[in-house]
Design a protein around this ligand. Structure first.
Ligand SMILES: Cc1cc2nc3c(=O)[nH]c(=O)nc-3n(C[C@H](O)[C@H](O)[C@H](O)COP(=O)(O)OP(=O)(O)OC[C@H]3O[C@@H](n4cnc5c(N)ncnc54)[C@H](O)[C@@H]3O)c2cc1C
Length: 283
């Protein structure tokens, strides 16, 4: 499992990384290397040049000032341990704490995770439910895209060549009830099914709900039928059963599966995990 020969450069700044990947479409950004290097060893990706952004201070750090701002080079372990993330969007801390193992959490970054867009990843599901915004820099300036529009398909995002994710912005959800639950693959811990819910409560009534599903689907996606079934309800058994049924319809056109966990199984489990997510959020 040797990768194809490649050049390696360490970017001196974000602009330098942008220039080096804009000038050469055969070049790729290297962050923590925990998705890109395995893909290169399998020859699924064969870049001629890696542009290492791992030491760029501009891409690091987590701050909370009305909204949560997470530098793209923040590792899963840093996000899981961050008091700011736990306060503003605790379910993102939960999701990052569930990623892989210690090594993956200490090297893998949020920017790399979302740019890679593995459908079985955990953070994208929470970011879509949370209404997060992805901030991107390119030679023509900066742009922002909602997490919902960022994830397009299997390993496919809105990101273009020569663009660098700089930070991920998450609204302050501290007043909401939220949870992320997943069925982890027994070997890799990737999500076979992952469900994130964010509930705005008014006493015992759910004023509004945001629901996203990953793992079962080709990319993290909103489940609007489930959201409608939960919104305005007291989250009793009837509402949970309706939402569990709705979520299976919501994802029916985007299902993915494999020999061990076929589409129909993942679809059924999305209903089970939706109920668990709501109960975890309330619990
Ligand atoms: C054994 C194992 C288990 C895992 N289990 C899980 C799991 O349970 N849940 C889960 O969610 N994930 C899991 N992962 C995936 C892990 O989360 C990702 O590998 C990691 O987060 C990717 O980040 P990275 O910094 O290593 O990215 P890299 O591997 O360096 O890069 C990945 C891709 O993103 C691009 N990229 C990186 N940073 C940027 C940026 N700032 N701007 C633009 N493009 C960029 C690169 O060019 C490359 O295409 C697992 C990985 C392994 C190896």
């Amino acid at each position: 499992m040797w990768p194809k020969e490649f050049d390696y450069v360490r970017a001196s700044s974000v602009d330098d990384a942008i220039q080096q990947t804009s000038d050469n479409t055969d070049a790729k950004i290297l962050a923590g290397g925990h998705s890109l290097l395995p893909a290169m060893k399998l020859r699924l990706s064969e870049p001629g040049k890696l542009v290492d952004i791992s030491r760029l201070a501009d891409l690091k750090g987590i701050s909370a000032n009305g909204t949560l701002s997470i530098g793209a080079m923040s590792t899963h372990a840093e996000i899981a341990a961050s008091a700011d993330v736990q306060q503003y969007c605790a379910s993102l801390a939960t999701a990052c704490g569930m990623v892989g193992d210690h090594q993956v959490r200490n090297f893998g970054t949020l920017g790399g995770n979302i740019a890679h867009a593995d459908p079985a990843s955990d953070p994208p599901t929470v970011l879509v439910a949370a209404g997060a915004t992805i901030h991107i820099k390119r030679s023509r300036g900066e742009r922002s895209v909602s997490a919902e529009d960022f994830f397009i398909d299997l390993f496919t995002t809105d990101l273009e060549d020569g663009e660098v994710i700089t930070r991920i912005e998450v609204p302050n959800l501290s007043g909401h009830k939220a949870a992320y639950v997943k069925m982890p693959h027994p070997a890799s811990r990737y999500a076979i099914v992952g469900v994130a819910v964010i509930l705005e409560m008014d006493g015992d009534t759910c004023k509004s709900a945001r629901v996203a599903v990953g793992g079962a689907t080709v990319s993290a996606m909103r489940a609007s039928g489930a959201e409608s079934a939960l919104s305005g309800s007291s989250l009793d058994d009837a509402a949970l059963n309706a939402a569990a049924s709705a979520v299976q319809s919501d994802i029916s056109d985007a299902l993915m599966g494999d020999v061990s966990y076929p589409e129909s199984y993942r679809q059924a489990m999305s209903g089970v995990y939706l109920k668990r997510a709501v109960k975890a959020a309330l619990g």
